[in-house]
Ligand binder design. Structure first.
Ligand code: SAH
Ligand code: F3S
Length: 458
């Protein structure tokens, strides 16, 4: 068998794309390996969301020059968002690179590999093509699966490169999604995460015969309580009453939402072109928490967006405080090619961004710790997944329905088991606990959980 070393950077969409690449190349006789030196083919599946992510790719790519000289026949390709963004420039800059393939052209990889004589490029000016449902996906986990329900993004937030690298928004037909999930259920998967850049805006282009919430209900119906369902990431402007209701009454749907806010300042939100105000966002949070009091809420925040004043930043701090997030990814603004924010004149100095990042992280950790401490003494449903624990064989880990990582001890439990765990310890990032009884196979119904509304405690 030929040996494929696949290195993945970036978001869940990229993780799924790598599983697609592995599926396509599995069909061509490649098996996945973990070491660069043994490979016949090395593929970097890249991320362009921030400059640092892009730099990582270039420095890794640099190390393959020598390897290629030593190993005749080794081929090196680059896929993903950096490939789409840079295109031909990558082939010029790295003469030892064999091919460059954008995220919407993955199915061209086998053909490019067969055309050995040429250096291949497959990037589209306006990526429109979706991965065909008949093409294989080689999933890394047998328990949790990513399922793409829409690709691309039409929102063009002023800082974001995604609409340029992943193209216009396009939704998959609902029946195709439902069939894929039915297949996963039959294979014994326990959790599915629906993916899209603005996942709850699903169904607009081309107009699908189901809205996002209708799709959630169709999925809930066919999986009959056998799997957990998550989705990421929703766009706050499209959070509706119907979605809040679905979160409250669909048993399969986990009580967690990752709702990117980006900033707490109206002025900054406007300049970012996010399409909602601070009050709009807080209104959505209130709607969700009223319907689902135990909801875990996480977010993305950017500090140091061009023109962000100390006062704007304080508004972000006060929003973090007002919402009381369970967790957040906080990023320093990074200038991205093609984006309107890159051309704004009032860029914020690096050291100011760094200082704001530290301040925001400090506040966030304090609040997440408080939220996690509210779980002490409670029993939660945990899906065992050893990937969440590093090293130690006896210690287990898994995730609650609220997506919190829980560490606990256990010998009989296996990956994919659902177990009740009593929470005995909490830090800002994790919970610790003990198994209450032997692992149960069936999913708990929401009304049987011992969770209390967090809002009543904090
Ligand atoms: N809608 C997508 C966003 C993908 S990008 C989703 O939620 O899945 C993920 C996060 O990266 C964004 O929410 C934003 O907080 C951050 N990000 C995007 N562009 C950035 C930039 N230029 N600088 C810093 N952070 C950025
Ligand atoms: Fe990016 Fe905004 Fe879309 S953050 S992915 S342009 S919703």
């Amino acid at each position: 068998m030929l040996k494929l070393r696949l290195i993945t950077y970036g978001c869940q969409a990229n993780e799924l794309d790598s599983e697609r690449i592995a599926g396509l190349l599995g069909r061509e006789g490649y098996e996945l390996i973990e070491h660069d030196e043994e490979a016949d083919l090395i593929i970097l599946n890249t991320c362009a969301i921030r400059e640092k992510a892009e730099q990582k790719v270039y420095s890794r790519l640099g190390t393959f020059r020598e390897l290629k000289r030593r190993k005749k026949g080794l081929r090196v390709g680059i896929c993903g968002c950096v490939a789409q963004q840079e295109g031909q420039a990558l082939l010029n800059r790295f003469p030892y690179l064999d091919f460059v393939v954008g995220p919407a052209q993955l199915t061209s990889i086998p053909t490019l590999l067969r055309e050995r004589a040429n250096r291949g490029i497959a990037t589209a000016r306006a990526p429109a093509f979706s991965y065909p449902s008949t093409a294989p996906i080689h999933r890394r986990s047998g328990i949790k699966a990513w399922v793409s329900i829409m690709e691309g993004c039409d929102r063009f937030c002023a800082f974001c490169v995604v609409p340029f690298t992943r193209g216009r928004e396009r939704s998959r037909p609902p029946q195709e999604i439902v069939e894929e999930i039915r297949g996963l259920k039959e294979q014994g998967y326990r959790e599915v995460t629906l993916l899209g850049q603005t996942v709850n805006s699903y169904g607009k282009n081309p107009r699908a015969p189901a809205t996002f919430v209708e799709l959630l209900r169709m999925i809930d119906h066919i999986i009959e309580g056998e799997m957990r369902v998550r989705f990421t990431s929703p766009y706050p402007g499209d959070v509706t009453e119907e979605l809040a209701e679905a979160l409250a009454d669909l048993h399969s749907l986990c009580e967690h939402i990752h709702l990117p806010v980006q900033s707490g300042s109206n002025r900054t939100l406007r300049r970012m072109k996010r399409g909602y105000s601070r009050d709009d966002y807080l209104g959505k949070v209130e709607l969700l928490r009223t319907r689902v009091p135990e909801l875990a809420l996480t977010t993305d925040i950017i500090v140091g967006f061009p023109g962000e004043t100390e006062r704007d930043f304080e508004e972000t701090l006060s929003l973090i405080q007002d919402v009381g997030y369970d967790g957040a990814f906080i990023f320093k603004y990074s200038t991205r090619p093609h984006t309107p924010a890159a051309r704004m004149s009032d860029q914020v100095p690096e050291e100011v961004k760094g200082h704001r990042l530290e301040q925001a992280l400090g506040l966030l950790n304090m609040l997440s710790l408080e939220r996690n401490r509210a779980y002490l003494g409670r029993t939660v449903e945990v899906l065992v997944d050893r990937e969440d624990v590093k090293g130690d064989a006896v210690r287990l880990a898994g995730r609650t329905r609220g997506n919190k990582i829980v560490h606990f001890s256990g010998e009989e439990q296996r990956d994919g088991d659902l177990v009740p765990v009593a929470i005995t310890g909490a830090s800002a990032l994790h919970l610790q606990g003990e198994i209450v009884s032997n692992g149960t196979k069936s999913l708990w119904k929401k009304d049987l959980t011992t969770l209390h509304p967090l809002s009543m405690i904090s």
